[in-house]
Design a protein around this ligand. Structure first.
Ligand code: OGA
Ligand code: MN
Length: 215
């Protein structure tokens, strides 16, 4: 095995272990920092070129904009640039690993880059849509070099009784993963530009009569 593959194997093993015992995990120095850097650069380019859209709530035709709930701007990732392609390939190998280890039957992965401008937030929510339990695992990956405590923008993770479990600062190369239906969470107002990649491993929710939209 070459070094990156071996590294990923160790990280993926830790993730599987923590998901099994706690249902969520926070991993520092998750991937090769060269990848984090190129993703950060790509995110800044997207933002500078106006290629980020106001994020909605809900899916497909039901999507609505609610600026009292979330303020970030997003760009859904495709493998169209080397950085995004490497990101998606990494998450694909994680999907295969977690399926083997945890028998989750994860079918696909979707993710978007998000930019929170100063003042932006995302109120407490669950990622799995009610009545459509197709988002199984949520991932958040942070791209912010030198994030300072006074910049705020923490991810706060709660349990189902609304007790605070973790307060996570969006530090460079930090990866958070949690079961989508079990952990309400929120993003506190960011006081500096905050970049992240939020993503979801999903089950296949399509049937003969109904095609499950990818996002
Ligand atoms: C989300 C989300 C958390 C974060 O996009 O659904 O909860 O820390 N993001 O950016
Ligand atoms: Mn969320």
């Amino acid at each position: 095995m070459n070094a990156p593959v071996l590294n990923h194997f160790l990280i993926f093993s830790r993730i599987a272990e923590r998901l099994r015992s706690h249902g969520y995990c926070v991993i520092d120095q998750a991937f090769d920092p060269a990848l984090t850097n190129s993703l950060q650069q790509y995110a800044a380019e997207l933002q500078a070129e106006g290629d980020m859209q106001r994020a909605g709530i809900g899916r497909g035709d039901d999507q609505i904009l609610k600026s009292d709930v979330r303020k970030d701007r997003i760009h859904w990732l495709t493998a169209g640039t080397p950085a995004a392609a490497q990101w998606l390939a990494t998450m694909e190998s994680m999907r295969l690993f977690l399926n083997q280890e945890l028998l989750l039957g994860l079918f696909s992965y979707e993710s978007h880059i998000a930019h929170y401008a100063p003042g932006d937030f995302y109120r407490k929510h669950l990622d799995a849509f009610q009545g459509e339990s197709n988002r199984v695992l949520s991932t958040v990956y942070y791209l912010n070099a030198d994030w300072q405590p006074e910049n705020g923008g923490e991810l706060v993770i709660y349990d189902t009784d609304d007790r605070e479990l973790e307060r996570v600062s969006p530090a460079f190369n930090r990866l958070v993963i949690f079961l989508s239906e079990e952990f309400p969470h929120e993003v506190k107002p960011a006081l500096a530009d905050r970049y992240s990649i939020a993503g979801w491993f999903r089950l296949n929710g399509s049937s003969r009569d109904r095609v499950d939209p990818p996002r």
